[in-house]
Design a protein around this ligand. Structure first.
Ligand code: MSP
Length: 618
């Protein structure tokens, strides 16, 4: 990727890319997908060199004014899955998450808590970090907008915009929402009546957040100058936003509502933030500050000529919730275009988790606390539920009943049961099955009955398609489809076992029957081995345990090893499969437990009600 220096700025240089964006390496193109063996050779023969651009994936950075909730965990875990997926493919990947600490909202929350803003942020940022650890998020940078390198990056960005003549001073008037940290045009306001208090106020039509009339001196960014470039970019890249239908919203907004953007506030109103360079009477607008975090984490502005891609720029995948679409798909590309910086390659916009079909909100007290959920169900069960039931296109309603039902169906009675059926019986040894299958000559294979022959052939075919299908879904940014494919394959493998009944065949004095049983069991073992490998990005702990129980060597757990019959060495368990369901990989959930609410109330409750993990108090 060639870059040239285009401009000198105070003490720094700005770099511009000339090449187009490259595809992350390591995955199989559409045309190669049918040939898994070729694909596998390709993976193994082209390890990414250390100088390659890492795959760069981001989460939004979280406001520290309130405790993390399940929506925050969802967006972070999604990003983690994409990072781990790239690692599985053999690519270097970089995941950035963190906290958004400046702005009115945080300033007010700190003042309510009677704390200095920085101390308030220090405490709350830790809660998000703790959640990332508990949720097994394999991040590379936890950025805080109060970090010195970030402050420097924002100041530098400001210099560059100003030097390009894209900032002007004005008296700004408008309707501002502290909760959403943005101005709204009059056309997007409604009179709103608060359901509980009956109070009537002007609010954003979209978010129903209260707005207040503000008149003050501001700096503005000439965003309207970029209108045509933005529209052209959208037209040329209709798949830039996933799901693609969200692009319509963005294009409509740019065509009808784009205005210059107010990018500072008087310090008397907002003191908690980064000062405008050269004008300490103004504080930089929190959204400009926050968006730049993605550049900071990639090493901006300290990019040596030709080296910027090493930090990961441009971003390969931004994960964002639908409520922050405009910031990421209008303001952010406009700001980057203004400096001729390459744009992110993809923005994946997910929908929201609701509770009893209502938007989770701190003021309503219907917020699901992810730490309670993890403590109660375990991290991988919570990840499993969020990832397989969460909505990219549509909102999903959080419900413990559904979690329990899906767990039983896909994990306990699905993969867990299957693993037990393969590894617990005394009638065979897994290692012998693997060894015999690899030693068996095609010519001397026992003749299977017609029915069995068809079932085995169908399953061989299904397993050959398995990993490419999952990978195809990940490539299309469809993690829900990807994990569901793995889970459904578990169900099909169980059906295959029930249908073929190898435990009956294995006892037969006829050696061909025994060999037939081994063919079936070998396919089941392969299905589980491939499932374990593919599950690693989704359920990292449980997938590792599954592969340990199967005895799959750690260096044989990459995507390249999802090819049928590519690992002759597994089968000696490195970890105990357990003797019963109770101590298996996915034991029955304890549905009856002591619930500790935010206050001091303790209660014994059936675990399938949603309120059990509702956070009633901060
Ligand atoms: N600080 C800004 C983001 C700046 S990024 C440069 C922000 N923070 S937030 O804490 O309010 O929200 C962070 C993310 O959590 C957003 O993507 C938002 O969509 C997501 N979620 C908040 N509530 C959610 C649900 N109920 N469900 C799913 N995700 C939700 O916005």
């Amino acid at each position: 990727m060639a870059m040239k220096i285009i401009e000198a700025a105070p003490a720094r240089r700005v770099l511009r890319w000339q090449s187009t964006m490259t595809r992350p390496r390591g995955w199989v193109c559409h045309s190669c997908r049918s040939n898994v063996a070729v694909a596998s050779r390709r993976f193994l023969s082209t390890p990414p060199s250390a100088t390659d651009k890492p795959y760069y994936v981001t989460t939004p950075i979280f406001y520290v004014n309130a405790a993390p909730h399940i929506g925050h965990m969802y967006t972070t875990v999604l990003a983690d899955v994409f990072k781990r997926w790239q690692t599985l493919l053999g690519n270097r990947a970089f995941l950035c998450t963190g906290t958004d600490e400046h702005g009115m909202k945080v300033q007010q929350a700190a003042s309510l808590a009677e704390m200095a803003p920085k101390q308030f942020c220090d405490e709350n940022a830790e809660r998000f970090k703790e959640l990332a650890h508990l949720a097994r998020v394999d991040y590379d940078r936890f950025i805080r907008t109060t970090d010195p390198d970030h402050v420097e990056a924002v100041e530098h960005f400001w210099f560059l915009l100003r030097d390009k003549g894209l900032i002007y001073e004005t008296k700004h008037e408008g309707w501002y929402s502290v909760s959403d940290e943005c101005f709204y045009p009059e056309s997007q306001l409604v009179k709103h009546q608060e359901a509980f208090t009956g109070a009537v106020y002007m609010a954003s039509a979209e978010t129903k957040s209260k707005v207040e009339w503000v008149e003050e001196k501001n700096y503005c960014f000439r965003m309207t100058e970029l209108k045509d470039r933005l529209l052209k970019f959208y037209e040329k890249n209709p798949e830039w936003i996933e799901p693609a239908y969200r692009m319509n919203e963005v294009v409509h907004w740019v065509k009808n509502h784009l205005e210059d953007l107010s990018i500072s506030r008087p310090v008397q109103r907002l003191s908690w933030g980064i000062r405008v360079p050269g004008d300490p009477s103004q504080t930089i607008y929190v959204w400009v500050d926050a968006l730049i975090n993605y550049l900071t984490a990639a090493g901006f502005p300290d990019w040596a000529p030709g080296e910027s891609h090493k930090g990961g720029w441009p971003v390969d995948l931004h994960i964002v919730g639908k409520d922050i679409l405009r910031f990421h798909c209008v303001y952010w590309p406009a700001l980057l275009m203004a400096l001729d910086l390459p744009l992110p390659k993809k923005v994946l916009v997910h929908s929201h988790w609701t509770l009893n079909k209502r938007k989770m909100s701190k003021s309503l007290g219907n917020v699901v606390n992810p730490i309670y959920a993890i403590n109660r169900w375990g991290v991988d069960t919570t990840r499993f539920y969020l990832l397989s039931e969460g909505g990219i296109a549509d909102d999903a309603d959080y419900n413990n009943n559904t979690l329990v039902i899906k767990y039983k169906k896909f994990l306990q009675w699905g993969l867990g049961n299957l693993l037990g059926r393969l590894t617990r019986p005394k009638a065979w040894k897994l290692r012998d099955i693997i060894v015999n299958s690899f030693n068996e000559k095609a010519a001397s294979r026992p003749q299977l009955s017609n029915t069995l022959h068809r079932a085995v052939a169908d399953f061989e075919h299904a397993l050959a398609e398995f990993a490419p299908t999952v990978a195809g879904r990940m490539e299309k940014h469809n993690p829900v489809g990807a994990i569901r494919k793995v889970l459904e394959t578990g169900t099909q493998l169980n059906e295959f076992l029930s249908q073929t009944q190898p435990w009956a065949l294995v006892k037969s004095p006829d050696p061909t029957q025994k060999a037939a049983a081994e063919r079936v069991l070998f396919l089941v073992a392969e299905g589980l081995r491939i499932s374990g490998i593919l599950l690693q990005p989704f359920l990292p702990d449980k997938a590792a345990q599954l592969l340990d129980i199967l005895g799959v060597a750690p260096d044989k757990r990459s995507f390249a090893h999802t090819v049928l019959r590519c690992d002759p060495d597994y089968g000696v368990p490195m970890s105990d499969p357990g003797r019963s369901r109770q101590d298996g990989l996915f034991p029955p959930l304890i549905e009856d437990s002591v619930i500790e609410f935010g206050g001091n109330i303790k209660a014994r409750k059936k675990a399938t009600s949603t309120d059990a993990i509702v956070q009633t108090e901060e």
